[in-house]
Design a protein around this ligand. Structure first.
Ligand code: 26Y
Length: 822
């Protein structure tokens, strides 16, 4: 078989093969003859990784040389996805692997099976962080991401009798070839203890904290390469380690083995799991510890880096911009104040001015219950000095408020960082706004509603602080890697791969939407992707689905506001219709759900059971299953998303208007040619504006109507009035999906008819009618394919490259630094 001879940025094939064999020998200590699968994978991984190390070294050198302003992204979550394929693509070595693997008698797919995705996040916010880092590197922005190296990431989801069971995600069990430990940069972090006045400080604002407990933070980093550029940034992850004194040798000697390691276990628990259950006091304390651990380690590292090239503090905000990804890292504001005032002895006002100019805050929610608060009692115990600093910040802030609104005590109460009733708590979002230069929402509607509702008083006080930066997604992972067939077709049509770094060029596909030959090829790509998905569905669930059916996809965390139950009511309606009229000519559909429910979120775990129960009933009904299949794919994650998204025809974005901050799955699906059925919520609105109303299935209440209706809402009235809705709800209540057991799903029915918090019943009729319009459109193949093409062609705006450019222009004011090419 002829081998490509050319020299590319990835080097030559011969050199790559040489390095592979040498790495197998010297890194794994084995030979071709005796290597195992994991040996092969690790060897390939480090061989690819090695090609990024030179770039990283040159990036670090260029950054050192330029001493630029850096973006430091602080996030409790990162959902990076698998690394192997991405790094093969980014290093230009993808082309070598197949011929070499063939030679050695293995397949890339076999090796890739060992590539584990680091599940260091829950959902949208964590994946956004990963997309932004990818775009920052691609745009040559000097940036570092900081996070926690959770020993166990997001749980693995399985189903037992249809119910979600959670298994630990031991993602580093076989080692992680993608990270570099950096033990020299470890930090020490304190907890608990007491504070005392500093000796020579008449203002009383400087104090001395003596922690009662210390923990080490050990960093390791993963490389974040840019696409089409030599820039390689890093994400630095902290793992908690007991300080060396924690091992109690004398107790061990006395046979008290458990007690001897107690302190070690306690310390290392800090980075043990992503989002420890917070239903107990200990759980909440552990979460706060995690948050402080992350920011304390990261700030010390940021200061260490600053001091490599700078002296004094005046230039700090000119060289350091810190982006807070939601409220989870907001304690960084108080920690920087503590470092500057107590440790570096700056006076309060200067420290506060530096701090405020350094931080910016991104809010990702509108739900009041998602706004974090911490009890003063807990803070006083765990971080006594930080609590004092919060009081001082609040004191000076409220003075400012009083000067602006003299005598308006209600205003003060609403703006205060401290909530007084029913118990004293610290409002982290308020602290974030007060301590930041810029605050942003993640879609236009979200930003507007933030300013009008959740953060209204702040938006009135400081209107210039508020910005919108609509989210985006990286086209490298979610189009090029996830959907190579579509990527090839696009590249062929547009003439080159420029669209991958300039996504708005996709608009040149719009012309092709009227070219029948192109439509035919577009359909063929979608079909092949659906065949791939079909195999995956069959492997993981045993359900056989028809690749020619309409592939109707709802993939996201299970949450009431996202309204998986509304989708389910539609599914049950189709089921009822088919049972009633077995001969009806219904458009064949596969309804695919994917998503996890938080382990303590009982209502959603019950809904998962119901989805699985409906799936079982539908898929085993001889009549219904000819037209309809329902699947809940277990363990939805980034890797699964990369298989599902390219195969989707219809994208379900049906949250109650005014509840979904942005959504990013909506963007990924549209870019892959799925047509959206959705409400006027989050970024759906901006997607519809761009793809055109005629290429988007809109239904339901808008945000204002939802607020108005909520005031006097009676779900039962909708139930009584609409026979199809009644039949759907009754089917659940009657036990059809529970082998006659009427009690199992009764709580779902009660929630719908009782309060129906997210107005699913009110939107039901509009939704079902809209779905009927979807089915009609689907029957006209060319019409549908045209819509599909136009969705991809017109959503180039939703590249995270554009998002990062907006952050750069509006908030960060950082410039790119060019790195010496390979
Ligand atoms: C405090 C803790 C319980 C907590 C943990 C995780 C609170 C919030 C979160 C995660 C929030 C999240 O993922 N939000 C999503 O962020 C996306 C990126 O901006 C948005 O697209 C999406 O609408 C929003 O729900």
């Amino acid at each position: 078989r002829p081998r490509p001879k050319m020299r590319t940025v990835g080097g030559t094939l011969e050199a790559f093969e040489q390095d592979l064999i040498s790495n197998l020998y010297y890194q794994r200590g084995t030979t071709l003859e005796s290597a195992s699968g994991p040996d092969g994978y690790h060897t390939l991984a480090v061989t690819v990784r090695d090609r990024l190390v030179g770039r990283y070294a040159r990036t670090a050198a260029a950054h050192y040389q330029a001493n630029p302003r850096f973006v430091y992204y602080l996030s409790a979550e990162y959902l990076l996805g698998r690394q192997l394929r991405q790094n093969l693509l980014y290093t230009g070595t993808e082309q070598f692997v197949r011929p070499i693997a063939e030679d050695l008698g293995v397949s890339l797919e076999e090796l890739e099976a060992y590539d584990v995705e680091p599940g260091l996040g829950n959902g949208g916010l964590g994946r956004l962080a990963a997309c932004l880092l990818d775009s920052m590197a691609t745009l040559d922005i000097p940036a570092v991401g900081y996070g926690i190296r959770y020993e166990f990431g997001i749980f693995k989801q399985a189903f037992r009798d249809g119910a979600q069971v959670e298994r630990p995600d031991d993602w580093t069990f076989y080692g992680n070839p993608w990270e570099f430990p950096a033990p020299d940069d470890r930090q020490v972090v304190g907890f608990y203890g007491s504070t005392a006045p500093a000796l020579d400080d008449p203002s009383g604002l400087r104090r001395q904290w003596t922690p009662a407990e210390t923990v080490r933070g050990e960093p390791s980093h993963m490389l974040v390469p840019g696409y089409g550029t030599p820039t390689v940034n890093i994400i630095r992850l902290w793992q908690a380690r007991a300080s060396r004194e924690s091992f109690d040798l004398s107790r061990f000697g006395a046979g008290q083995y458990k007690e001897a390691v107690e302190d070690i276990v306690q310390a290392e628990n800090i980075s043990k799991v992503l989002y420890p259950d917070d239903s107990t006091e200990q759980g909440r304390e552990l979460r706060l510890k995690q948050q402080y651990f992350l920011v304390a380690c990261s700030l010390r590292d940021i200061i260490r880096r600053y001091r490599l090239r700078n002296t004094g503090w005046d230039a700090f905000p000119a060289k350091v911009v810190i982006q807070l990804n939601d409220t989870h890292p907001v304690m960084a504001i108080t920690e920087l104040m503590r470092l500057l005032v107590d440790e570096y002895r700056l006076d309060w006002d200067l420290a506060w001015s530096i701090t405020r100019r350094t931080f910016n805050y991104t809010c990702h929610t509108l739900l009041p219950e998602a706004l974090e608060t911490w009890s003063v009692e807990l803070l006083e115990r765990l971080l006594p000095r930080h609590m004092e600093i919060i009081y001082s910040i609040n004191h000076f802030f409220l003075q400012e408020v009083a000067a602006t609104y003299p005598g308006d005590l209600d205003k003060m109460r609403r703006l205060s960082i401290i909530q007084e009733y029913p118990e004293k708590r610290v409002r982290m979002a308020h602290l974030a706004v007060v301590g930041s230069t810029a605050v942003n929402g993640v879609a236009e509607l979200h930003t507007r509603l933030l300013a009008e509702t959740t953060l209204r008083d702040f938006a009135e006080l400081w209107p210039q602080k508020f910005h919108n930066v609509t989210n985006g997604v990286t086209p490298r992972r979610f189009v090029r890697l996830a959907n190579p067939r579509l990527s090839e077709l696009i590249t062929e049509r547009l003439g080159d791969e420029g669209w991958l770094t300039d996504l708005e060029r996709l608009d040149r596909l719009a012309g092709a939407a009227d070219d029948p030959a192109f439509l035919e090829r577009w359909r063929e790509v979608k079909r092949l992707n659906k065949v791939d998905l079909t195999h995956q569905v069959e492997r993981s669930t045993g359900v056989v689905v028809d690749p020619d059916a309409l592939c109707d996809v709802m993939i996201k965390r299970f949450h009431e506001y996202k309204r998986q139950h509304l989708k389910l009511l539609h599914v049950i309606t189709l089921f009822n219709r088919l049972r009633e009229m077995p001969e009806m000519d219904m458009v064949p559909r596969t309804v695919l759900f994917g998503g996890k429910a938080a382990p303590g979120y009982h209502a959603m775990k019950l809904l998962i059971r119901l989805v699985n129960a409906v799936a079982e009933t539908v898929n085993t009904d001889p009549v219904v299953s000819r037209h309809l299949k329902v699947v809940l794919l277990p363990d939805y994650n980034v890797s699964r998303a990369q298989v599902i998204i390219p195969a989707a025809d219809l994208s379900e974005q049906i949250s109650l208007a005014g509840k979904e901050a942005s959504g990013t799955g909506n963007m990924k699906l549209a870019l892959n040619g799925a047509v959206t059925i959705g409400t006027l919520d989050g970024a759906n609105i901006e997607i519809r504006d761009r793809v055109g109303a005629e290429n988007f299935f809109l239904f339901g209440l808008d945000a204002q109507q939802a607020v108005d209706l909520r005031r006097h809402y009676e779900p039962r009235a909708y139930y009584e009035r609409d026979p199809e809705l009644r039949a759907a709800v009754d089917a659940i209540a009657s036990g059809v999906f529970a082998k006659g057991d009427r009690s199992l799903f009764a709580p779902v029915v009660d929630a719908m008819l009782g309060r129906d918090e997210y107005l699913a019943l009110a939107d039901y009729r509009a939704y079902v009618e809209c779905q009927d319009a979807v089915a009609t459109a689907w029957r006209d193949r060319d019409r549908w394919t045209r819509m599909s093409v136009l969705n991809a062609a017109r959503t180039g705006f939703f590249s995270s490259d554009r998002t990062v450019r907006e952050y750069c222009d509006k908030i960060w004011r950082v410039d790119p630094v060019r790195v010496e090419p390979d």
